[in-house]
Design a protein around this ligand. Structure first.
Ligand code: NAI
Length: 266
């Protein structure tokens, strides 16, 4: 049951498809939707992992696992047709699946580049298009993509990742333009530095922690749960006049630069 009497922030009974919902940011967002009464479907590459994740998500409706590798367009078409057939028309898509490899540009192989772009950008687009077709036909729907701080400025040694996330920013705005007249809203969340399986090795270095601490006004790394509120907001009637936007959920990292010089020195 929703605890929002006027429904402004409600996602109750919405059908929500999440890619990359088995762990990290995707799992936290899936749990957030499920516990507020949405009908959630989580997709990922391994059924067993998905089943375990879904079993830990409680709500009004059971969470459905769906095996799909988003680097494989045929699997995406099957997933979207299958979920819409078995569960119903998708109200909200949360496109979370993503990967990264960190290497200097000169050492990045063609296989590295394709692996990252095929999942992070092409895969995200194919899912978005497959779900968007029905949304445009029905004249309603909401899509949330996952951008990054690298959507605007690259970080060193993650060129393909930064390129893919810049593409997510453009895709979000381009789809918002095309689908706005058809009642479909498309926005993105740009997480700051969130401690997950994808990033935990990097954040285990003390110099990285010191750098993040010095540059994040809120003085901490994010948690996957920090991403839940804005995802719910973007899927709810509360954001009904918002489309084509990228919301930064980053503890203020993107607000400006921090100087190492003490405040009172000349
Ligand atoms: P994670 O590695 O913990 O989770 C990634 C999820 O994507 C997993 O559920 C994985 O199974 C799924 N996935 C990967 N390849 C897939 C494929 N081919 N088909 C279907 N599912 C696939 O990563 P995390 O940290 O939770 O990241 C989630 C998203 O947030 C990614 O798009 C990432 O780029 C983005 N992001 C993460 C940040 C962070 O600091 N953790 C910062 C900015 C953006």
């Amino acid at each position: 049951m929703s605890d929002q009497p006027d429904g402004l922030f409600s996602v109750e009974d919405q059908i929500v498809l999440l890619t990359g919902g088995s762990r990290g940011i995707g799992a936290a967002i899936a749990k957030g939707f499920a516990s507020r009464g949405a009908r959630v479907i989580i997709c990922g590459r391994e059924m067993e992992t998905l089943q375990n994740a879904a079993a830990g998500m409680r709500g009004k409706h059971p969470v459905r696992p769906w095996q799909c590798d988003i680097a494989k367009p045929k699997e995406i078409q099957k997933m979207v047709a299958g979920t819409e057939n078995e569960v119903g028309p998708i109200d909200t898509l949360v496109n979370v699946a993503g990967v990264n490899r960190r290497k200097p540009a000169l050492e990045m192989s063609e296989e590295d580049f394709d692996f990252i772009l095929d999942i992070n950008l092409k895969g995200a687009f194919v899912v978005s298009q497959a779900v968007g077709k029905g949304m445009v036909e029905r004249g309603k729907g909401c899509q949330i993509h996952i951008a990054s701080l690298t959507t605007d400025r690259p970080l060193t040694h993650v060129l393909p990742y930064s390129t893919s996330k810049a593409g997510i920013g453009q895709m979000t705005r381009a789809l918002a333009q095309e689908w706005g007249p058809h009642g479909v809203r498309v926005n993105a969340l740009a997480p700051g530095f969130i401690l997950t399986d994808l990033t935990q090795k990097m954040w285990s270095f003390p110099e990285m922690q010191a750098w993040a601490d010095a540059n994040t006004p809120q003085k901490r790394l994010g948690t996957p749960e920090d991403m839940v509120g804005t995802a719910l907001f973007l899927a709810s009637p509360a954001s009904q006049f918002m489309t084509g936007q990228i919301l930064y959920v980053d503890g203020g990292f993107n607000a400006g630069w921090t100087w190492p010089i003490p405040a009172n020195s000349q």
